[in-house]
Structures are given as C-alpha cells and as structure tokens.
Design a protein around this ligand. Structure first.
Ligand SMILES: *[C@@H]1O[C@H](CO)[C@@H](O)[C@H](O)[C@H]1NC(C)=O
Ligand SMILES: *[C@@H]1O[C@H](CO)[C@@H](O)[C@H](O)[C@H]1NC(C)=O
Ligand SMILES: *[C@@H]1O[C@H](CO)[C@@H](O)[C@H](O)[C@H]1NC(C)=O
Ligand SMILES: *[C@@H]1O[C@H](CO)[C@@H](O)[C@H](O)[C@H]1NC(C)=O
Length: 426
C-alpha cells in the first residue's frame, strides 16, 4: 500500500536521523573533502565569521520567562539593523554556512546593513536559562515554536533596537523563523510597529497539504516521541552519514524525501559542514506542534489535549489571529518544497492583511532550503529580497496595493552583487 510504504520510509528516515549523531571520524573525510570545509564543520558561528574577517559580536538576551539566548551580530554600527531567524533544529550559522560568496547574512552585511543573527531557545547557542538546567530540569524543554514567537522574538527585537537606537528593523525568517514570527505578530500585535518588512522565506504556517514523505510519520510521531524532551542536540562528532560514498548517498536520499529533491542546487562539497552544524537542538514539542498543524489543517496554538480547558478555556486550542499581523510581509516560496505546498502558502497569503510581495520563485526544482543554501541563491534569490526590503525601509507602499517586484528574478539572474546594488540604488 502506498501510504503504508510511505510510513516505512518515515520510520527508516527517523532511524537515519538518529544515526546522524552516532558515528566517529574516519579517513574517508580527509580523502574526499577539502580541509577548509572540514575545518568549518567544527567551527561556531563566531569562528566562521572571524575566519572570513567579518566583524563579529555575541550578545546575550534574557527573555521574559528567563531563557538566555545568544545572538550573533555582523556588526556595522549605525547602519540599519536586520534580524535573521533560522528554522527548526538550525542556528545562526545557517545564514553564513555556505560562505561569503553565498550566504544571505554576508550579502546583507556587504549591502550596508547591521546584521543580527538570532538563535532560538534550546539550540546549541541558546541552551541556557537563568534558573533551569537544560541537562536536568525537564521543565526547560516544555516549549514549542509558540514560546519562540511569544518570548524569544520580542526579546531579540527589543535588544537589537535598544542596541542600535533604531525604532524599526527588517526581519527575515526561514521556515520556523517565519512560523514563530506570525505567532509573535498575531499574539503581541504591538510588535508589528517595530518591523519595516517581514521577509518570510519558505514560511511554514498551514500544513494541511504538505507532500513531505515524513507526513505518514505525523500520525505515529506523537506516540513515539515523548513531549517536552530535547530533540537532536548538537554533537561535535562527524555523523553516520559521513562514513562512505554510500552512506552519504543514503542520507541524501532521506534529506530529499524531507525537503524536496534538488541535487543541482546542492553544493556537495559542503556536506560535512552542513551535517555537523545541523541538527543542533530543540524541543520535541516544536516538532509535535508542527504535526498538530498538519493533522488539524489549522494554524493554532499548541494542543495540550486534556489541559486545553485549563489553559485556553476551551477543548481545542485557538487559531492564531493572523488578521492582526499588520506589518508588511513579503513571502518567498518555491515549487518543490515538500514541507510547504503552494496551496497552503496561498491560503496564508489570503489570510494576512498586509502582504506586499507574493514571490513564487519560478525554478521548478527549488526546495525548502534552496533560497538559503542553493548554489544560485546569491544570484537568483537574494537580490530580489534586498530590493523589496529597501522599498519598505522608508515607509513604502502598504497594504498589498502592488504585488509586482520591479527587479524580476529573470533580470537579476546573471547580475553580480555590485550590479544589483547599483540597480536598486545604493
Ligand atoms: C561549493 O563549496 C565549495 C567550498 O566552500 C566552494 O569552493 C565552491 O565554489 C562551491 N561550489 C559552487 C558551485 O558554488
Ligand atoms: C491598511 O489597511 C487598514 C485596514 O483597511 C487601514 O486601517 C490602514 O490605515 C491601512 N494602512 C495603510 C498604511 O494604508
Ligand atoms: C506595480 O508596480 C509596477 C512597477 O512600479 C507597475 O508597473 C505596475 O503598474 C504597478 N501595478 C499596480 C497594480 O499598481
Ligand atoms: C545576462 O543575461 C542577458 C539576457 O539573457 C544577456 O543578454 C547577457 O549577456 C547576460 N550577461 C552576462 C554577464 O551573462
């Protein structure tokens, strides 16, 4: 049966994910990958930025509920601030991992911005709390991306604005970085006025139509995984994927099943760096909360089952009131994103009151991560994002009156960073 074999794929995928963290180093790596990539695999965000001589700072931020977060900054004091927020089980490194000629973090810094890279609670850089010990206090892990949106993002935004003296910043969120933004902007609507433009990259909000092959797992996952546990923490070891050509191919097979297959945009040389930076920790509730969205086909608060009455005063968790997201939103999405069906994104666009850019990249194979890590991302994805962002910095047009970009992806397809910056008036 189709569905059943899908489920087996899912179980096997989970098995492979756990294998990612178990094996040790072998001579295979040194023979197959450049020393520089292996070095970067072991580096932190700060070390990566320092390696390429970018001015890096680390800032510590404490949330209202006393989680202690680390934010990295590619510092350009005085310049307009942008805040970049990573996806599930990811970290600040995601924006720079592919190097100075590719990463969006570097691109925005080079374009003149003060770039802040957030880390959500529970990942390797933000695994800390004023009172709770993540190693021994189970209470530490009882959060999902709801808390990331409700507590972490406001704390990060306020810290950036306090540090820079600006009243607004521009925000980029990949995947969960978008999910949590919509939690914040709908449940704490006063934060909308602090945002010039929210750029949602492969946003995951409605999930009813996802084609991900992990989907079958959705119904089983809640039974397998305990709520409120640390999920796939960072491990400073090379992974089970990295033992031979065959293990790499096998792992890639499952990665494609999860995020959409696009080998042409994937820089295989960077595999050791990618697999050593990801996954880097979170709570099982983040995953469970996504499964709940898929199962309910709603964008709603965490389903606490029997506790819903006590917490929400009703038997089902409430929907997030997306009509309160008044900040301008630009949406970037792709055609081969297994975690994000076009139908679901269109539904999100319809629900949001102030979508100013509806940007479906035309490339047929682009998946969930190509606009961040893709070989062509610098040429085909980032210039458009920059150009749209610039329009909204000085209080540009609002309320979705014009959904057309002036620089189309086709025009920017073969432009250099310099020529794009010239075209958008730097
Ligand atoms: C892939 O990554 C390596 C190492 O960072 C880099 O030298 C190479 O230019 C990248 N390849 C492409 C096609 O971008
Ligand atoms: C956007 O639309 C809302 C509701 O129609 C309106 O109240 C608000 O003034 C508009 N904002 C701008 C900047 O046009
Ligand atoms: C949107 O802007 C583009 C470029 O400035 C312009 O050509 C187009 O006519 C505008 N569309 C609407 C509906 O205003
Ligand atoms: C960029 O693309 C245009 C249109 O396809 C072409 O005419 C031009 O020669 C290209 N430029 C470069 C530098 O590749």
């Amino acid at each position: 049966m189709q569905l059943e074999s899908g489920r087996w794929t899912c179980i096997r995928s989970l098995f492979w994910l756990t294998q990612l963290l178990t094996a040790g180093e072998t001579g295979f790596l040194e023979d197959h990958f450049p020393a520089s990539v292996l070095e970067e695999a072991k580096m932190t965000t700060v070390q990566l930025l320092a390696k390429y001589k970018y001015p890096v700072e680390t800032h510590t931020v404490t949330t209202e509920d006393k989680y202690v977060l680390q934010m990295h900054r590619i510092a350009r004091p005085g310049a307009k601030p942008v805040l970049l927020m990573h996806g599930l089980l990811d970290s600040s490194a995601t924006w720079i991992l592919m190097g100075p000629h590719s990463g969006l973090g570097y691109f925005l810094y080079d374009a003149g911005y003060d770039v802040w890279l957030g880390n959500s609670r529970g990942n390797r850089y933000s695994r800390s709390h004023v009172k709770l010990n993540p190693n021994t206090d189970k209470a530490y892990w009882s959060f999902s991306w709801h808390e990331i949106g409700y507590y972490d993002l406001p704390a990060l935004i306020d810290a950036v604005l306090a540090k820079t003296g600006y009243q607004k910043l521009s925000y980029f969120g990949h995947s969960q970085g978008s999910t949590s933004f919509f939690v914040m902007a709908s449940t704490r609507p006063e934060y909308n006025t602090k945002i010039n433009l929210m750029s949602a990259l492969s946003p995951v909000v409605y999930m009813g139509n996802i084609q991900c092959e992990f989907k079958g797992l959705a119904y089983r996952f809640i039974n397998i995984v305990e709520e409120g546990r640390e999920l796939l923490p960072y491990s400073n070891k090379f992974t089970g994927c990295m033992m031979s050509e065959t293990t790499i191919q096998t792992c890639l097979y499952y990665v494609w099943k999860a995020i959409g297959k696009d080998p042409a945009e994937f820089n295989k040389t960077m595999i050791p760096a990618i697999l050593n930076h990801l996954p880097c920790g979170g709570s099982s509730n983040q995953f469970i909360h996504y499964v709940q969205l898929y199962k309910s086909d709603r964008f709603c608060a965490y389903d606490h089952a029997k506790e819903n009455h006590r917490i929400y005063g009703r038997s089902k968790p409430p929907d997030y009131p997306l009509e309160k997201v008044t900040a301008p939103v630009a949406i970037y999405y792709t055609r081969n994103d297994y975690l994000n069906a076009l139908k679901d994104v269109k539904r999100l666009i319809k629900r949001l009151p102030n979508v100013v850019e509806d940007h479906l990249y035309p490339y047929k194979k682009w998946n969930h991560i190509d606009m961040i890590w893709g070989i062509s991302a610098r040429r085909l994805a980032h210039p458009v994002m920059l150009e749209v962002m610039r329009r909204y910095e000085a209080g540009g047009p609002q309320n979705g009156t014009n959904l057309t970009t002036t620089v189309s992806p086709v025009e920017t397809a073969n432009m250099t960073t310099e020529s794009v910056l010239k075209a958008v008036g730097t």
